[in-house]
Ligand binder design. Structure first.
Ligand code: COA
Ligand code: ZN
Length: 314
């Protein structure tokens, strides 16, 4: 059997300072957010979803989005941020983001929970967001939350995903992110949904955003690689979860993803050893343990002294 042809390099989008901490009860100080972002840049991360320009009452942890963007902006690094409406777009332009990410859920019930409006109302507002972004010369990406299933409605139809992607493309967006808000993606669903979008709009670039809620996050990345997808969103230490979805757990961990890519010979430009140290720092920042596995186990060829465990004796 022939092995699948996989991309030789991928872009990792670090979402730990957005999706990662948005539901964390302990407020991560602005200077610590900035320090973590700068450490991530030093470790080779070039793409960030750095914060959200949403209502600070809805997501207090990200109320400092503008300060974080101002301090982290630099040549060669792209900072995108979530924008739910026109007010968010105006704040994002003012702050100097490199890209805006509009988002709506594939399911009506999660959209109502997340942004307090119907999908139709969300989409109608995005036209104005796109106009604001265009006049500021900033690209807009479109994210689809609950793209693989909804915690309130269950199955999300593939036709719904393709239809939202088409509407995003009609508004002039080039990139669509399939967000697996509560970890309902499986490899066959990834294959099906990537193919359906590219069949509907071959001009779209797809990004994949998985949560490891059911333990198959990296397997879903592998399914995406087989489809030729080269953009993956992940979170340092496996931080993460949507505050407006029940039982939401962490994103796939960036270090675990880098480890898998390194071992497969797929270039990401991100340094694994440095990422493991930053994941430990992130753990301290949120004041609890994180689910990332490489930060605990270390890389495969980490070795131990013989005296690190006792000898079994009967
Ligand atoms: N940034 C800052 N403040 C905002 C804002 C934005 N993008 N959008 C709205 N607001 C403020 C309004 O100015 C208003 O403030 P006021 O009461 O002091 O006048 C208040 O929020 C209510 O505005 P309204 O337009 O009625 O919004 P809403 O209460 O229906 O909430 C959203 C809608 C979209 C603003 C809110 O649900 C939200 O921010 N959701 C984000 C959810 C999220 O980030 N989820 C995680 C990502 S998956
Ligand atoms: Zn997410």
């Amino acid at each position: 059997m022939n092995a699948p042809t996989l991309p030789s390099r991928v872009d990792i989008v670090e979402v730990g300072l957005r999706d990662g901490i948005q539901a964390e009860p302990v407020y991560v100080r602005t200077d610590e957010k900035i320090a973590i972002a700068k450490a991530l840049i030093a470790a080779g991360v070039k793409h960030f979803e750095i914060s959200s320009f949403v209502s600070p009452r809805a997501v207090p942890q990200l109320a400092d989005a503008a300060e974080v963007v101002a301090a982290v902006r630099q040549e060669g690094v792209t900072l995108s941020a979530l924008v739910p409406n026109v007010k968010g777009a105006e704040r994002a332009v003012e702050a100097g983001v490199d890209a805006m990410v509009v988002f709506m859920s594939a399911s009506e019930s999660h959209n109502l929970k997340n942004v307090n409006r119907t999908r139709e109302a969300s989409m109608a507002g995005f036209a104005e967001v796109c106009r604001i972004a265009e006049s500021a010369g900033i690209p807009v990406h479109g994210a689809i939350a609950t793209a693989f299933g909804c915690p309130f409605e269950g199955i999300v139809r593939v036709e719904t995903i393709a239809d939202i992607a088409k509407q995003y493309a009609d508004l002039g967006m080039h990139t669509v992110t399939l967000g697996d808000t509560t970890g309902m993606a499986t490899p066959p669903l990834v294959t099906e949904r990537c193919r359906a979008i590219l069949a509907a709009r071959p001009d779209l670039e797809i990004a994949l955003h998985f949560h490891n809620t059911r333990g198959v996050g990296l397997v879903c990345v592998y399914a995406g690689l087989i489809e030729g997808i080269t953009r993956y969103e992940s979170s340092i230490g496996g931080l993460g979860g949507c505050p407006f979805a029940p039982n939401a757990t962490g994103n796939i961990s960036t270090e675990d993803l880098v480890y898998m890519l390194d071992e497969m010979g797929i270039e990401s430009g991100v340094d694994l050893a440095a990422m493991i140290e930053i994941a430990k720092r992130a753990e301290k920042a949120v004041e609890h343990g994180l689910p990332g596995q490489l930060m605990k186990a270390g890389p495969r060829l980490r070795t131990y002294g013989m005296d690190s465990v006792r000898t079994a004796a009967g």
